[in-house]
Design a protein around this ligand. Structure first.
Ligand code: T4K
Length: 384
């Protein structure tokens, strides 16, 4: 009989009984959306929790990315990473902006600052890096380049909820940072997202843009969109915040066990923890090398046979999708490190409710091929 499936992630769900009072309040008030009381409370609570100045909630992370670019009036060309979820580059296309892909750093798997300058042209207006898997970009190097060339920096921080570096929240870097609160993320509001911004004026522009451009009943200042988060989602976020530290704590335990059990496995590389960073353990990526007994895709297939739904985030590269692959910067020769990572990566299951037994199942599958290897040649000689 097939064992029960284990997914790459599962959303954390607080006890339903704790959510009912929030729903009762919504039923009572009949305020469902358009910046209601839970929306306002969640913005403040998140700004406090994350240690950031201003936060504007959105219906999802993709709308937040699209709006962030609008808020800063970005156009022309934007330098970004091919090693991410498609939404990163799609947000550029939705704004009529040309993505320019730059290769990633082999250790961080984030945009490689050393390769950014060569991709800057007179049309470049901004850089959109991604804190991939919640692991911080080289924010200082990126800011230096942005300052030298007068470029804006919008971080796709979809994975980086709660991550801190030595200067505080990772979300405080650049001009804007965008979060996702999708079901698969560390902090979820079913669907949801946010823009983190440093000043009240920018926050006000973002708030107008996410509400069709309305300033008041009769004034529309921009061709805005409907990006608002509903009261149900915001209420769920408030409840989630009460549980977030416990959820992050459990993720840390799972991360620690994977590292302990997998570091010595030949051909499996865990991404190094970054010094001075408080991580969120959003993902557990490993890189499968040629000296592992199976190829990455053979291991992936074996997991599937065992009903363990590991994922190859981020394969294929964004630059390999049809709407991008014609771009000069999308050529694989320009993106060798990213292509190598995409061909080797597997994201293992990690989520707060994952049991120790389920984690052991994952570890056993990775170790299994070693017991199937033919005995080493010396051993055979000894018998003769
Ligand atoms: N930028 C970056 C860097 C991103 O990673 C993302 C989203 C965005 C921007 C855009 O933010 P949003 O607009 O989504 O807020 C998932 C997510 O749909 C996507 O949000 C996420 N990145 C991406 C990395 O992963 P899929 O296609 O892998 O999702 P799916 O449905 O296969 O879910 C993965 C597993 O999670 C399932 O096997 C089971 C579990 N799951 C999923 C859902 C939706 C649940 O247990 N419950 C659920 O409701 O894209």
């Amino acid at each position: 009989m097939a064992q029960k499936p284990i997914f790459v992630t599962q959303p954390y769900m607080p006890p339903l009984a704790e959510f009912l009072p929030y729903l009762e309040e919504i039923w009572q008030n009949r305020v469902l959306t358009n910046g209601g009381p839970f929306h306002q409370q969640l913005e403040q609570a998140l700004a406090d929790y994350l240690g950031v100045k201003h936060i504007a909630l959105f219906a999802n992370g993709t709308l937040a990315l699209v709006t962030a670019l609008q808020a800063l009036r970005i156009n022309g060309e934007v330098i970004t990473t091919p090693y991410s979820f498609v939404a990163t580059a799609h947000s550029l296309l939705w704004n009529g902006i040309k993505p320019v892909f730059v290769d990633i750093d082999p250790v961080s798997l984030n945009l490689d600052p050393a390769k950014i300058e060569a991709a800057i042209t007179p049309q470049t207006t901004a850089i959109m890096p991604v804190h991939c898997y919640g692991r911080p970009c080289d924010v200082d190097a990126i800011q230096k380049i942005a300052d030298n060339y007068n470029l804006r920096v919008i971080y796709d921080a979809a994975h980086a909820f709660g991550v801190k570096d030595e200067q505080g929240s990772i979300l405080s870097h650049g001009d804007l940072s965008v979060l996702s609160f999708h079901a698969t993320k560390v902090f979820n509001t079913f669907e949801g997202g946010a823009i983190v911004c440093p000043d009240a004026k920018t926050k006000q522009r973002i708030d107008h843009l996410k509400n069709f451009g309305f300033v008041d009943e009769t004034t529309v200042v921009a061709a805005g969109i409907n990006g608002k988060m509903s009261e149900v989602n915001a209420a769920f976020g408030l409840l989630q915040l009460k549980h977030i530290d416990a959820a992050l704590g459990r993720r840390k335990e799972i991360d620690t066990v994977y590292r302990r059990e997998l570091t010595s496995v030949r051909g499996i590389t865990c991404l190094e923890s970054v010094a001075g960073v408080q991580p969120n353990h959003a993902y557990f990526p490993v890189l499968v090398s040629a000296n592992y007994p199976l190829t990455r895709d053979q291991l992936y297939a074996r997991f599937r046979e065992r009903n363990v739904m590991v994922r190859r985030y981020f394969y294929p590269l964004i630059s390999d999708f049809p709407m991008y692959r014609g771009l000069p910067s999308a050529q694989r020769s320009n993106l060798a490190v990213a292509a190598g990572a995409a061909d080797r990566v597997l994201c293992l299951p990690i989520y707060p409710d994952m049991s120790d037994a389920d984690q052991q199942r994952v570890i056993d599958i990775i170790r299994e091929p070693f017991s199937e290897e033919p005995a080493p040649a010396q051993a055979a000689d000894a018998v003769l």
